[in-house]
Design a protein around this ligand. Structure first.
Ligand SMILES: Cc1ncc(C[n+]2csc(CCOP(=O)(O)OP(=O)(O)O)c2C)c(N)n1
Ligand code: SF4
Ligand SMILES: [Mg+2]
Length: 274
């Protein structure tokens, strides 16, 4: 045994002791929010749904409204959102999340109520519910995950699919002549008088994650004012159905999704949150 081999176990032990003394409760600067359960996410690696869930959980924890918040989960890849967020949640039939959220908020107006919906759910199957919820100015927050595709069912074309974008039902790319144009539903609902705060964000880079979190925080805080519907779109990725690695998908999102779905606030209230 040479000198290096003889000293190795000792130095390893010392390193472990050192790590133990560093990892104390007082030294923790970042941890999993208590508003997330211990259930592991079923999402594909690199999928934006997981990041969006975490942001919602962080906001609820930081606002200390875990007991006062009720979420509505959609149909789509995020159908099990109720398993991950440690708050009261209800499942809605496909596209009906904003209608279910309307009912909950009207019965329990003091609660913070939000729906979480994909683009197939919100902008195809639930278009009517979405538009009428926003037009009625229901005092809820709608969080809209736009990955430009029907993720859960195998990558079919959604209303949000970009021109020339390939999907399983547009294998040669979306031809706008025969398949129509992508629907910017967020701009559409921003034009409705019932909406109070409308913004489009993304979670593909750390700076964007921070901005998306602020937008979700705004959406919850504005609910206290009772002024109408808040709507936060998050442009997201679907590495599996886009047939890309997570890194490639984030690059593709930036190069292709964002020029069409431009990030930023679309409707901002003038009132300050107290
Ligand atoms: C009324 C109805 N139509 C179709 C389906 C099948 N379906 C389940 S999930 C889904 C696509 C969901 O896509 P999206 O909302 O974009 O969510 P993602 O999986 O992309 O997050 C479809 C079409 C269904 N369950 N109910
Ligand atoms: S299929 Fe797409 S949207 Fe669904 S979990 Fe996987 S990457 Fe996310
Ligand atoms: Mg989708």
């Amino acid at each position: 045994m040479n000198e290096k081999q003889m000293t190795a176990p000792d130095s390893h032990y010392e390193q472990m002791i050192a790590e133990e003394s560093v990892c104390t409760t007082e030294n923790i600067v970042y941890e999993k929010p208590h508003t997330l359960t211990d259930t592991p996410f079923h999402y594909c690696p690199g999928c934006g749904h997981g990041v969006a869930h975490r942001l919602i959980a962080e906001v609820i924890e930081e606002m200390d409204i875990q007991e006062e918040t009720i979420g509505v989960a959609p149909v789509g890849c995020s159908v099990f959102a109720y398993n991950y967020l440690n708050i009261d949640m209800s499942e809605a039939a496909h596209g009906r999340a904003s209608a279910v959220a309307t009912g909950i908020k009207r019965v329990l107006p003091e609660k913070y109520v939000f729906s979480y919906q994909g683009d197939g759910d919100l902008a195809a199957i639930g278009t009517a519910e979405t538009i009428h919820t926003c037009n009625r100015g229901e005092n809820i927050l709608i969080i809209f995950i736009n990955n430009g595709i029907y993720g859960m069912t195998g990558g079919q074309m959604a209303p949000t699919t970009l021109p020339n974008m390939k999907s399983t039902t547009s294998p040669f790319g979306r031809d706008t002549n025969s398949m129509g144009y992508p629907l910017k539903i967020t701009e559409l609902i921003a034009a409705l008088p019932g909406t109070y705060y409308v913004t489009r964000q993304s979670v593909h880079k750390p700076l964007n994650v921070r901005k998306a979190k602020k937008a979700i925080l705004n959406g919850f805080q504005y609910q206290k004012l009772n002024r109408g519907t808040c709507f936060v779109e998050i442009v997201s990725n679907c590495p599996s159905n886009w047939k890309m690695t997570p890194v490639e998908s984030n690059k593709w999102l930036e190069d292709n999704m964002l020029p069409f779905y431009q990030l930023g606030d679309i409707k901002v209230p003038k009132e300050e949150i107290k």
